[in-house]
Design a binder for this molecule. Structure first.
Ligand SMILES: Nc1nc2c(ncn2[C@@H]2O[C@H](COP(=O)(O)OP(=O)(O)OP(=O)(O)O)[C@@H](O)[C@H]2O)c(=O)[nH]1
Ligand SMILES: [Mg+2]
Length: 360
């Protein structure tokens, strides 16, 4: 899973990126319109530790999330091609976007548009992302018109109809994700990696002295109307906390009244935004966590692990991790009837431990 961090210049994207990925990318490099940082973070999961006590594996492999931190986007940047082309290309590859919105007051850190105004900034970035998509749509529509003049190809005509719907929506201020395209329509434009089609998460960067305003901030955000995940954190504080050792950071968090690390909250929100769940496997002494989309089946899970497993799928021995931990072993679980035999159409639940039986 890959998440792109976007936002205006100087809002704390790189500070957050450093906190999330334990990186040391340079912060405060204002107006650099080039380049991006990529980093990876292993998803902390307490369930792995609990399962580890049962299986005593040689190796434990958590899932990971990649974050891409790009240069700040200002109003008009996309239209003026003010961003390096590679940056947008990089963003088209991500699974979801996180918009970092400046909400901290600090006279020492200038705001490109003069003052701190989260609502305005959210709109600015929405418009820039829409512009980036419209550019691609216009080019593609021109090409499709030329191709369809000489011959009628139903698939291309369908694509043109979908693109025209997207264009109309975007021009009226509606992101492609909010057009509620049918799965078939969605598939016909999947290859373009439209930015406004990607799930979006809002992250308000508040000052370290304003952590008690977090709820109010979220309630005021358009996320509440648009059924969108929103969270608040202090990027600079989180970055500084990652430089302390774990114990010190914990004490500090307690002092500040912060229960969970922002890292954990960003990861949770990313999973929810993307509709992802986790399942576990134990294969030749390796305990491993995997991600799957909500609603996917045991066959999809097998496919995620290895195509051979999907091809020769027989059944999935399934148990919820908490039941397994309670039983203490797979043998006890089997004896007490908690280990279920599921077929390929079984919908995997978050926290399932799966043993795929297959034959190739
Ligand atoms: N007061 C305060 N300053 C912050 C906070 N987060 C970031 N900053 C400061 O804001 C400046 C910009 O931070 P960056 O993390 O580089 O911001 P950015 O969004 O990556 O900036 P660009 O890459 O130029 O678009 C730095 O001087 C940070 O120290 C915060 O929560 N509070
Ligand atoms: Mg930066």
């Amino acid at each position: 899973m890959k998440i792109g961090l976007v936002g205006l210049p100087y809002v704390g994207k790189t500070s957050l990126f450093n906190a999330l990925t334990q990186s040391e990318a340079e912060t405060g490099t204002y107006a650099a319109k080039k380049g991006w940082n990529v980093g990876s973070v292993k998803v902390p999961d307490e369930r792995l530790a609990a399962l580890g006590e049962i299986f005593d594996p040689k190796q434990t492999t958590p899932t990971s999330i990649d974050y891409v931190d790009i240069a700040g986007v200002s109003k008009g940047d996309i239209a003026a091609e003010g961003l390096e082309a590679g940056i947008i290309a990089e963003l088209r590859e991500v699974d979801a976007l996180a918009h970092i919105v400046r909400a901290f007051e600090d006279d020492a850190v200038p705001h490109v548009d003069g003052d701190v105004n989260p609502e305005r900034d959210i709109e600015t970035i929405d418009i820039e992302l829409a512009f980036a998509d419209l550019g691609i749509i216009d080019n593609r529509l021109n090409r499709l018109d030329r191709e369809l003049r000489t011959q009628k190809i139903p698939a291309l005509e369908h694509e043109r109809a979908v693109l025209e719907r997207c264009k109309e929506g975007l021009e009226a201020g509606t992101a492609i994700r909010d057009l509620l395209l049918s799965p078939e329509d969605g598939r016909s434009i999947r290859g373009y990696g439209f930015l406004t089609q990607k799930p979006l998460l809002l992250i308000f960067n508040i000052g370290e002295g304003e952590l008690d305003r977090a709820d109010e901030m979220r309630a005021r955000s358009p996320a509440s109307e648009r059924d969108m995940e929103a969270l608040t954190l202090s990027a600079r504080l989180e970055m500084e906390l990652t430089r302390l050792d774990a114990e010190e950071a914990e004490l500090f968090r307690e002092d500040m009244g912060l229960d969970e690390s922002a890292l954990a909250r960003v990861i949770d929100a990313s999973y929810r935004t993307l509709g992802l769940i986790t399942f576990f496997t134990v294969l030749s002494d390796e305990l491993r966590a995997w991600t799957l989309r909500t609603g996917m089946t045991a066959l999809d899970a097998a496919e995620t692990i290895h195509t051979d497993m999907a091809r020769g799928f027989i059944r999935a021995e399934t148990i919820h991790w908490s039941d397994l931990v309670e039983c203490g072993s797979l043998t006890t679980a089997r004896d007490s009837g908690l280990l279920r035999l599921e077929g390929k159409d079984y919908t995997v639940s978050d926290g399932d431990v799966l043993t795929i039986r297959f034959n190739v």
